[in-house]
Design a protein around this ligand. Structure first.
Ligand code: SF4
Length: 479
């Protein structure tokens, strides 16, 4: 499919520019941050009180929190986030596996080893059959939720659709994929219309990388992704095409993280007001030094673990029911802190190369994407349970939660806390019965008991009944 940047009938250039200005006004964001500098403790506490109601915060309030530098006040911000996150997400962490069908890309993003001019990378693209082998390996391990990650490949949208359909088509006994998300570059209306035809398509993620236009121009030196405004407006086109779930994100470390996080939160509020579809998912990958992308060695805007946790905490307070994804490696201790502060989804394994899960890929295709090895799912499940979190395999809750929240702003009081908690326990129970070793079953049984005890009696009894049915062999039971 060959399309020019303004070929979308309803998206002439003027509309693109106008919409981009409505989403992100960089001088206004800088002014908000400047006006919020050096907030007083009282000011911050008032905002935290407001945040505790779970109705989100305004852009000005978000700016104030982002400007907190005093260590004890930052701790108070984190405490407030922990409490809100605990109330809404009840220690659940959704697990998803990133799959990379192709490492081909025509863009030249200076922070990415997949950029077109990186000749050290051996380029390859999976066929539908190759991908199905990988997906089979993943479902046989217990995965239900995948994100297919694409660069900008000339194979076009048909290739993307074929890969999504191939993933959904995998059957290994009764095992299958329950949700496939896409991490894709900005698409044209015609392409989005094709994606919208895919039944049960999950979240359409497009990260702006940085909302600062100058930094964006400096780092995107060739290819269609150079067009800042076109990329910024892609979620609008996705919503118009009928895609329900969209994901935003920035690559922390490219520019001032306070600016970029505030911009992404304002973008999410814009989508909520305009389409009643708040960014369902926000992802904050962190810039890591990798060969093949020298820019990644620039530490001017490096985000350390403390700062990362703080940004997650602010995001949780501003966007109470939005899923927040951890997609870059962290130590087990940092990971545990992030789960408590607001992270509700984690990528199991780092972004890798085509064929890595089925062991028939070419390691030379990984280049610097060999950031660690894909982690073993059961190990992560075990570790999560061990420190008191619930590995969440339930993906059906997305639709239920969206339905529940859709006729109102995304306010915490409408969030179906108990139902989501019960369904995650049911999905965990099924995972344990079908895949886990006795050691993992043991440690997870403790978590299940603790979590059941927190549920209202009626919900607990219904959950226990369904667990008995799962033990008898029934699958897919939900409240
Ligand atoms: S960031 Fe994405 S678009 Fe840019 S070079 Fe990498 S894969 Fe391609």
């Amino acid at each position: 499919m060959s399309l020019t940047q303004d070929s979308g009938r309803n998206w002439p250039r003027e509309r693109v520019e106008q919409t981009a200005r409505a989403i992100c006004d960089p001088p206004a964001i800088a002014d908000l941050l400047a006006a919020a500098a050096n907030p007083s403790p009282d000011e911050v506490r008032d905002i935290l009180y407001e945040a505790g109601r779970g109705r989100g915060l305004t852009a000005a309030q978000a700016a104030t929190l982002l400007q907190v530098t005093d260590p004890s006040l930052r701790e108070q911000v984190k405490d407030a986030a922990r409490q809100l996150h605990e109330r809404l997400f009840a220690r659940r962490v959704r697990l998803l596996a990133p799959v990379c069908p192709t490492n081909r890309c025509i863009n030249e993003c200076l922070y990415c080893p997949l950029r077109r001019s990186n000749s050290r990378l051996r380029r390859t693209a999976s066929s539908a059959r190759d991908l199905q082998r990988e997906v089979t390996a993943l479902v046989d391990e217990g995965h239900r939720h995948l994100t297919l990650v694409f660069g900008e490949d000339r194979s076009g949208i048909h290739y993307v659709c074929d890969m999504v359909n191939a993933a959904y088509g995998v059957r290994s006994g009764t095992r299958r994929v329950h949700r496939v998300d896409l991490n894709l570059n900005s698409s044209h209306p015609e392409e989005l219309a094709a994606l919208a035809q895919i039944e049960r398509l999950g979240t359409y993620h497009v990260y702006q990388e940085t909302y600062d236009p100058e930094t964006y121009a400096r780092l995107h030196v060739d290819g269609p992704k150079q067009d800042y405004a076109w990329r910024l407006t892609c979620h609008d086109r996705a919503c118009e095409a009928g895609l329900r779930d969209v994901g935003l994100g920035v690559l922390l470390g490219l520019h001032d993280p306070r600016f970029d996080v505030l911009a992404v939160l304002i973008h999410a509020q814009y989508l909520l007001e305009r389409y009643n579809t708040a960014a369902e998912v926000i992802t904050y990958p962190r810039l890591l030094p990798v060969p093949g992308a020298p820019v990644t060695r620039d530490t001017s805007w490096q985000v350390d673990d403390e700062a990362f946790g703080f940004l997650i905490a602010v995001t949780r307070l501003v966007a109470p029911v939005t899923e927040i994804v951890l997609s870059t490696p962290a130590t087990p201790e940092v990971r545990r802190q992030l789960y408590a502060l607001g992270v509700s989804q984690v990528s199991v394994g780092s972004l890798s190369y085509p064929g890595v899960y089925s062991a028939d890929g070419d390691p030379e295709a990984a280049g610097s994407l060999r950031i660690g090895r894909p982690r073993n799912l059961e190990t992560l499940v075990y570790r999560m349970c061990e420190v008191g979190f619930v590995p969440n395999f339930c993906v059906e809750c997305y639709a239920q939660i969206r339905q529940k929240l859709s006729d109102d702003s995304r306010q915490a009081e409408r969030y179906p806390v108990h139902r989501a908690a019960a369904n995650s326990l049911l999905a965990l129970k099924e995972y344990l019965l079908d895949y886990a070793s006795p050691e993992t079953q043991n440690v997870a049984a403790g978590i299940i008991q603790e979590e059941l005890a927190r549920l209202p009696r009626k919900v607990r009894d219904a959950t226990l009944d369904l667990m008995e049915e799962a033990e008898a062999g029934l699958r897919g039971q939900m409240l």
